[in-house]
Design a protein around this ligand. Sequence first.
Ligand code: ASP
Length: 319
Amino acid sequence: MNSQFIPALVLHGGAGARGPASERPRRRQGMMFALRCGMEILRGGGRALDAVSASIRALEDDEYFNAGYGSVLTADGRVEMDAALMLAEAEGEADLIADAAACAPMRAGAVAVITRVKNPILLARAVMEDTPHLLMAGAGAERIARRAGIPLCRPEELISPRAKARWRIVVENRLAEERSDSSGGTVGAVAIDTSGIIATGTSTGGMTGKMPGRIGDTAIVGAGIYASGRGAASATGHGEAIIRMMLCRQAVMALGGADPNRVAADVIADLGRTTGSEAGIILVDHRGRVGFAHNAGAMEVASFDPERGQRHHWPAAIK
Ligand code: ASP
């Protein structure tokens, strides 16, 4: 490809329990399909934002992931979703000094506690593109969906039989009231395009048995997503811990020369030590290098870059 920037795309399918072996082939298929949706856009010279949106949308439509249709349920058996997108312009090497990245143009949109939209990532994008605001929730967010032509559905249409069965197990074990359990299956994507625009997005139903109204890291810029001139990140795992650590901002600010895999491992180890919680992160830097790490039971990852092509990974948990 004849351009200044090398395109790359990396997706995660959530950090958490590895899940039943019988579901793995189907989940892998879903991840690779979502990767191709974004990759075709990047390979055709398209925008990182479109690639990230397309990949996340595909995973939101897949009931094997905890986002859009098939999201996990709250303590009272409803779907409440969070999603966010962010983009920035890659810095040239010379600009990667001190806090220069903080000056790079950045845009973001996020939504929280969404109950009537099948693709919350599209709504987060509409917040970014059509409003002067960054984070919207409730009826106001749904009004933006209507204005943007994003269809509204009945809340029950988001509940899959699979999510309902998992919710029953949690409720029967009375996990719901004692602690919100990280369920895995949250989805995220980070990409850089040939023009040097870096984008990230995350979408989730949150944690099984969460209290109604709870907002996790996914909707919080700096926590569940972050992009700057240095690169971009998307996180998954225990939202309350990720917010306390401002995990994605911490990771992106450590990029800018450093190996993204090293940075990912360092911030996850730090989160584990500091909070005792589990999380995962994916990263892309301004040179199109990708990195990922987690300290959970498992985290499924798919990646694309022109040199290595399409790949699927189950990275080992770091200590
Ligand atoms: N981080 C998400 C949340 O706390 C859940 C997850 O990634 O599994 O809402």
